[in-house]
Design a protein around this ligand. Structure first.
Ligand code: IDP
Length: 137
């Protein structure tokens, strides 16, 4: 059951020089393949699409501001159970609650600045690939 997932290394991860670390963990976990990868600064329109389900929540505006505060690395990873797999590597949303050994658990303390986004289902992955890599949708 090969899948693909959309991953963002958030601006905190890029600023802190953790791109290699995070991409390396994804590469080393399994024979998943990275099939697209790009550094880019996101604008409001893209973030509104990406975080559509959170529009109106109290954390939405600061989240968009943070996500637009510097470049992110957007990538697509493909392989067996890669959606669940990268979510497991990332750990839960709150980095303090995330177990050491996970990306958020090893490097994060702040709920908003939690280093990585990874699609949470096949439907989200396809929707998000369309947003970030329309040519590959
Ligand atoms: P996920 O990224 O772990 O799937 P979501 O619930 O989809 O989590 O939330 C999207 C992002 O919004 C989170 O990764 C985090 O950056 C931010 N976020 C979620 N909940 C809160 C909160 O309660 N306070 C501040 N930021 C939040």
């Amino acid at each position: 059951m090969s899948q693909r997932t959309l991953v963002l290394i958030k601006p905190d991860g890029v600023r802190r020089g953790l791109v290699g670390e995070i991409v390396g963990r994804i590469e080393r976990k399994a024979d998943w393949r990275i099939t697209a990868l790009e550094l880019r600064t996101l604008d409001r329109a893209v973030l509104e699409q990406h975080y559509a389900e959170h529009v109106g929540k109290p954390f939405y505006e600061p989240l968009v501001e943070f996500m637009a505060s510097g470049p992110v690395v957007a990538l697509i990873a493909e392989g067996e159970r890669v959606i669940e797999g990268v979510r497991a590597l990332a750990g839960p949303t709150d980095p303090i609650a995330a177990a050491p050994g996970s990306i958020r658990g090893d490097f994060g303390t702040v709920v908003r600045e939690n280093l990585i986004h990874a699609s949470d289902s096949e439907e989200s992955a396809e929707r998000e690939v369309k947003i970030f890599f329309p040519g590959l949708a």
